[in-house]
Design a protein around this ligand. Sequence first.
Ligand code: KG4
Ligand code: ZN
Length: 330
Amino acid sequence: MSQAILAIDTSCDDTSAAVVCGGSEVLSNVVSGQNGVHERFGGIVPELAARRHLEIIEGVVDEALTSAAISFGAVSAIAVCKGPGLIGSLIVGTAFAKALAYVHRLPLIGVNHLEGHICSAFLKEGGPPTLPFISLVVSGGHTSLYRVDSRGRYRELGRSRDDAAGEAYDKVAKMLGLGFPGGPIIDRLAHKGNPRAVPFPRAYMPQTLDFSFSGLKTSVRSFIANNASNITVEDICASFQAAVIDVLIRKIEWATAQQNITSVALSGGVAANDGLRERITRLKGIETYVPPKPLCTDNAAMIGAAAYEQFLKGDFADLRLNPRAYLPVG
Ligand code: KG4
Ligand code: ZN
């Protein structure tokens, strides 16, 4: 068996542990979500997220090892997400990983969460895409485009100047009283609505590969305030979703043209969106890779994938590893 890495991610509200071999073969990937904890607040409460991680992290790691049928003796390194994310949540994961590395005398690898999302494309489930490829990381915290030349070589081409796409989904769902997290609910309702019912604005910003979703969010808010009784929730969801997807697809087309690249990978929670998954496969002349949904939303397998290159290079952390809420790629 090639090197097995035990990986941990507690960057936000999912507690996850995975065992990944050779940076691509997922032996286990356990994700314990906290929607039940945060639902009634309509968003993630950082303090509650950190406490919940603390309560369950040991059990989640045990389960990852058990379902991979592996013990610490066969583990080559411990990898952990060191940011970006919610600082309290990150502290729980990194403290736990440091303790495991110390007790079992294993090397420790600190992994950037965004590099994790990018590297979900290197996991065996359908990947990897042909190199170089354009990676769109689209989640609750980030909407960014990268050029990926190989494992460990990424260049940011653009990013959101305000809200992430997933954040816009969650806020619009909250305005409509639909529950949390909003993305999957809006996705489901959008199937039943008319995407042309409301012409919400698309911030294409042709001079840049950056994104902006706050204007769209404001536009949905004022539309709801003025027209609530004349339109169905399904039509609002379908029209909002169409505006988000139009922008994401247009930016992907521009990025591939600008970089002269014909291969694209999606990742992040919004990459689980059915509308986006369907639209991306229709891009002409472009090879697309969209991971299975559980590898789009937060998971530790992607951290194990990203850690592999650092493992090969001997890029290890020591017990002073400190997580960071803000941590750009590279
Ligand atoms: O990657 P992720 O699990 O966590 C972050 O790193 O942020 O992404 C979570 C985000 C949330 O905003 C959630 O509403 C969104 O991904 N999301 C979706 C879908 N599933 C999750 N957005 C649109 N359609 C979906 N099916
Ligand atoms: Zn994420």
